[in-house]
Design a protein around this ligand. Structure first.
Ligand code: ADE
Length: 228
């Protein structure tokens, strides 16, 4: 049985790859996606955009990467691990690690046309073992996805209406693809910044990235030990 891990940023994946000693196996020639293999695991990373020379974060690459990953490796389960924003008003702290709750949603797809509103927000299935979260000391919360690091008033209204506790840029798009393939998805997200904090998200993100990735890597190792 193959288990797949999907990351958006190399900085999020590297400590896990180093701890596990997983070898680089393949680079997708068109999109630059990176795949590492070993120990019954495949680790998929969005890679570097060839012109902008930064990690290909966000929903476009996430969808293509998940589709490529599922077609190429046919994993039994996908774990999407990464960093995210949290909400201090809902008890989140920098460095917390969340297991995604049973649905993932989008907060920046507003389509006020008859029938399209629900498809825009989407309610996409996520596998959530709350007993396991409690055992591993993980918080549980709804993960919401959009294509911006900042948060407009419209985004915030949607996040609040959806009961989101975690704001990031890939999970719901990965869930969209996993649902079509009938492959279960687990979300693991470490908090780098607080959306409702006065300092800029980008400053918090840069300052707290190493701490959050350390916590993410520890949580991922603990989660892997519990999976069959
Ligand atoms: N990744 C880390 N923090 C984030 C935030 N606040 N919004 C979107 N993606 C993030």
């Amino acid at each position: 049985m193959t288990l797949a891990l999907q990351f958006a940023m190399a900085a999020e994946a590297t400590p896990f790859l180093e701890r596990r000693g997983l070898a680089h196996a393949h680079t997708d020639p068109r999109y630059g996606f990176e795949f590492h293999e070993g120990d019954g695991l495949v680790v998929a990373i969005a890679g570097t955009h060839p012109r902008y020379r930064v990690d290909s974060i966000g929903t476009i690459s996430a969808v293509l990467l998940t589709s490529t990953l599922l077609e190429r490796y046919r994993p039994a389960l996908v774990v999407n691990a990464g960093t995210a924003g949290g909400f201090q008003a809902r008890g989140a702290k920098v460095g917390d690690v969340f297991l995604g709750a049973e649905v993932a949603v989008f907060h920046d797809r507003r389509i006020p046309l008859p029938g399209f509103e629900a498809m825009g927000r989407a309610h996409l299935p996520v596998h959530c073992d709350r007993a396991l979260a409690a055992k591993l000391g993980l918080k549980v919360g709804v993960v919401s996805t959009g294509d911006s690091l900042d948060c407009t008033p419209e985004d915030l209204a949607q996040l609040t209406a959806l009961g989101a506790q975690v704001k990031e840029m890939e999970a719901a798009s990965i869930a969209w693809v996993c649902e079509r393939h009938g492959v279960p998805l687990v979300l693991l997200k470490a908090i780098t910044d607080l959306v409702d904090h006065p300092s800029a998200t980008s400053e918090q993100f840069v300052k707290n990235l190493a701490l959050a990735v350390g916590r993410l890597t520890d949580a991922l190792e603990a989660l892997m030990e519990q999976l069959p």
